[in-house]
Design a protein around this ligand. Structure first.
Ligand code: ZN
Length: 84
């Protein structure tokens, strides 16, 4: 039994698919998007390990991953900010 009030207006929209879901993780992704997001983070990091001076455009073109995902990875501290 939940003793705390759930905030039904916040944190119920997945950051990736932007759908309202009940099963949003603390990180803000639903259970479908979470593994995809993690897999893309891993691909971005692998690319940056080999290409340390890569720009956002190079990362996007090489990995085919959306800017939004790259920006989230920067925001959450996975990688440092890249040149545009
Ligand atoms: Zn989602």
């Amino acid at each position: 039994m939940a003793l705390y009030k759930e905030d039904k207006t916040m944190d119920k929209i997945c950051k990736r698919c932007l759908k309202v879901k009940n099963n949003i993780d603390k990180s803000g992704f639903c259970d479908i998007c979470m593994p995809i997001e993690m897999e893309e983070y891993a691909r971005i990091k692998a690319f940056l390990n080999k290409h340390k001076k890569a720009t956002m455009i190079e990362v996007k073109e090489a990995t085919g991953i959306q800017y939004k995902v790259i920006e989230r990875l920067i925001e959450y501290g996975g990688i440092s900010r890249l040149e545009e």
